[in-house]
Design a protein around this ligand. Sequence first.
Ligand code: ADP
Ligand code: LRH
Length: 473
Amino acid sequence: MSVHAAVDLGASSGRVMLVRVAGGRATLAEAHRFANRPVRVNGTLHWDVLALYQGVLTGLRAAGPVDSVGIDSWAVDYGLLDGDGRLIGNPVHYRDARTAGIMEAVSARIGAATLYRIGGLQFLPFNTVYQLLAEPALDRAHAMLLIPDLLAFWLTGAIGAEATNASTTGLYDVRARAWSHELARRLDLPPAILPPLREPGTPAGTLRAEVAEEAGLPGGVEVTAVASHDTASAVAAVPATGDRFAYISSGTWSLVGLELPGPVLTEESRLANFTNEGGLDGTIRYLRNVMGLWILQECLRAWGEDEPSRLPGLLAAAGQAPPFAALIDPDDPAFLPPGDMPARIAAYCRRTGQRPPDGRAATVRCVLESLALAYRRTLRAAVRLSGRDAEVVHLVGGGARNTLLCQMTADATGLPVIAGPVEAAALGNGLVQARARGEIDDIREVVRRGEPLRTFHPRQEAAWDRVAARLPD
Ligand code: ADP
Ligand code: LRH
């Protein structure tokens, strides 16, 4: 029997979950959940990293005695440390506008094909490499720590870069599974700021005595490197059997794709803007970022309906709204920054010759149908580009609670959708810790045994085929 604290920081909330493992089964309990609210200061959008750290300490205190701790979070963002290990500035949010134009300039300088051959990453304006190039304080930096590594450093004093998250930076060589110091040099970024890599399942240090005291834990508790990119932890906990499955990690973002033994670095894949991120045990997460429930979250915020209790009512109303009244492309860059999403949806519709959705229920329906169609497009492209077939879609994360979205996803993709676990990232995090201690062998088998899952079968496929045929690929 072992007990693990899984710290899982999503873009909308952070949680410390207790993962208890006994007899090849796992149970999950929430020790503490806290909001993750970005803060705009002097025109720059930041993460409130100290509030997150405080949330972690409060969560560890609430969790009580544990055998180990693991941390995962959203990818790409980082803090810089100076030579004395002090944080230089407050980490900036990936939705901040500071990287405008940088991705295009780097592609022009190095060549998009070369960048893709090395990193295999989707071209997203906020990839770490572009953020570093917008960084005013780089000359003072001794280390660049991605968010989970930064928090692990504060907990333990040990410096390292966990590999699955490093693979999202654009400075990681996906084939060599090592930092690309050469690329860093070509971009005039100091390779010395890239810390030694560590693999999931290896030790990342032990709790410093004063931290342990603050968290109410005994000193010396191990912090284990887990798959510290939240999406990698979530994919690790997909309750799949075999390899003919697709997944959608559906939270603030929707990460839509396949698990593969190696990267797909073809020209077609680059042009389709697919990513090859590192997964647990050397797997590749071949996927695309779809803008996700972020658009819905921002609609709720604009309407003052962002109390969690409001969502079920709105979804029920959306279920009754007329189908396919208006559709957006969720990946349109207009939807990336925070702002008045209902107005942007209306503007998108006008721009594309559609009547904007009439009211809140219709807007929610428009967002969910548009997401389901984006899932369909993306999954079919992943299958085509990789040659790997998928017979079932595993939908994990908060989106698995959205029955309407799950059914639409089954209808749109024409595949059965198995929804759950909702807390896949935390579960993957905790189970990597348990496996590192020899408590379990097969993470997916443990998830299958323990988690309530719901299956949605495709209906009304013809209607979705007709709508999809009207849209560009
Ligand atoms: P992240 O890890 O990015 O913070 P989560 O995996 O926690 O995201 O998912 C958050 C999303 O889950 C919300 O945007 C919301 O759309 C969805 N969600 C949460 N609760 C419910 C619910 N009761 N019904 C339907 N959807 C829900
Ligand atoms: C999801 C996620 C995603 C990244 C984005 C920045 O939380 O980690 O995989 O692309 O955040």
